[in-house]
Write a protein that binds this ligand. Structure first.
Ligand code: URA
Length: 460
């Protein structure tokens, strides 16, 4: 394999042989292809894309560049979800124990916040003592004992993805559907799953704001994962406003815990329940028969409705919270801190912010709030930065709310000056006007394998 020839052929729009793709990436892993050559190749992919056979080869070589879990001995279906990331998206913290409570095993590997979107690991680490760096053996034991575990991508998992992702982030080659799809799936499919639910966010606060591109990303990932035997569907969900009330790591952990205790904001709880029910329909189905990912809406809807009821009951009874506490203990965290009613990471200054005028909320800009958390030290500007989990916003209005001098939200800051800055960020993010807007529905659509309409919502 001549790397220059492979780059030239991709540059010229020639379809590569799957073996050429595999050889090129394996040679990169052995340091026989240089970073500058890989960068050139990735840029050629940004311009010319990858055909299915090339993409399947890329995904395969990425998965097998490192270790994969072997969980076939577990006495139940293995299921996980991946979100493309949003503002206020703390779903994984509540969903994983809930899914375990519904009879699934969840070996969840998550990421850190980077850019304006938060990351599950940072939220978990707001819990005193919680360890997200377990090795794969310890992680497997937690999944076996508790039903779910949550760690970061270890050095052993998909190392080619790690290296190429680092290159992509400094060469302008991140926003490219085949590269994103293979990168995300290389980690998730190393988890030895039966079922995968993808939450593809749409709107200003999403990693990919454009609806058309998010449709294509959802379809690509769904088709690739199903072709590898993992029953996979994607929900496209709203990110034109923050999810729930809390934005910021500690506050989001509080909100995830409140929801596990049977409370929590309605939109957040609704999405968690829907995702748990979709996973359970695919993983457990009805009468021991899982619902196939391409089942028509009339077949799927009653099963999702049934599992939704069970999910609601597991939240209201405290069973999902008890499962969460077992996981916190198993991963070195302090369950007492989660049982207490106070904030898990109290801020030095908490200030209410009231509207200065009347009007209808036309927009709550999630990206501005996510960037605000980063700017105030609650998120990371670059890998390795330490973060302050106490920083954040409670957003108490949503598009369509009437405001007449009432409370818009609350800022959580490290000092009075910082609270002034946070207040300006919150005020700028909440836009008041006259006409009631039409926000996106919480779940815009469901994407199954080929044959389903990308925007077809299941009947409820
Ligand atoms: N997340 C990933 O893991 N990979 C990408 O390429 C983009 C987002």
């Amino acid at each position: 394999m001549n790397p220059v020839r492979v780059i030239e052929r991709k540059r010229d729009g020639v379809r590569l042989d799957p073996a050429e793709v595999r050889d090129f990436f394996r040679a990169y892993q052995r340091d026989e292809v240089a970073d500058y050559q890989m960068s050139a190749f990735l840029m050629a992919v940004v311009f010319n894309g990858l055909e299915l056979s090339e993409l399947e080869a890329l995904l395969d070589v990425m998965i097998h560049s490192g270790a994969t879990l072997d969980l076939g001995h577990l006495p139940g279906p293995r299921a996980d979800k991946h979100s493309t990331g949003g503002v206020g998206d703390k779903v994984s913290l509540t969903l994983a124990p809930l899914a375990a409570e519904l009879g699934m095993f969840v070996p969840m590997m998550s990421g850190r916040g980077l850019g304006h979107t938060g990351g599950t690991l940072d939220k978990l680490e707001a819990i005193p003592g919680y360890r997200t760096d377990l090795d794969l053996d310890a992680f497997t034991r937690v999944v076996e004992d508790v039903g779910y575990g949550m760690i970061g991508q270890t050095a052993e998992i998909a190392p080619i993805d790690r290296r190429t992702y680092d290159l992509r982030s400094v060469t302008g080659t991140v926003p490219c559907i085949p590269l994103i799809a293979s990168s995300i799936l290389s980690k998730k499919l190393a988890e030895d799953l039966d079922v995968l639910l993808l939450d593809v966010k749409v709107g200003d606060g999403a990693f990919i704001a454009d609806r058309g591109m998010s449709d294509r990303l959802a379809r690509t990932m769904v088709d690739l994962a199903n072709a590898r035997g993992v029953r996979t569907v994607a929900l496209q969900t709203a990110m034109d406003r923050p999810l729930g009330v809390a934005v910021g790591n500690g506050l989001e952990t509080d909100e995830a815990i409140a929801t596990l205790k049977g409370a929590g904001p309605t939109d957040f709880r609704t999405l968690v329940v829907r995702e748990a029910a979709e996973m359970a329909a695919l993983a457990r189905g009805r009468d021991g028969r899982p619902v196939p990912p391409d089942a028509p809406a009339h077949q799927l809807a009653p099963v999702v409705a049934e599992w939704s009821e069970r999910a609601e009951a597991a939240l209201d009874s405290g069973a999902a919270f008890a499962r969460f506490l077992r996981n916190v203990e198993a991963q070195g965290g302090d369950p007492g801190a989660c049982e207490a009613d106070g904030p898990i990471a109290p801020a030095a200054v908490v200030r209410d912010v009231y509207a200065r005028e009347d009007g209808v909320v036309t927009e709550v800009a999630p990206r501005a709030l996510g960037r605000g958390v980063v700017a105030l030290g609650g998120g990371r500007r670059k890998l390795g930065d330490t973060i302050d989990p106490s920083i954040g916003f409670e957003v108490l209005v949503a598009p369509g709310y009437e405001v007449d001098g009432g409370l818009l939200g609350r800022v959580h800051a490290a000092s009075a000056e910082q609270a002034d800055r946070a207040e300006r960020i919150l005020r700028d993010a909440i836009v008041l006007g006259v006409d009631r807007p039409e926000p996106l529905p919480l779940v815009l659509g469901r994407v199954g394998p080929d044959g389903l309409s990308p925007s077809e919502p299941p009947a409820e």
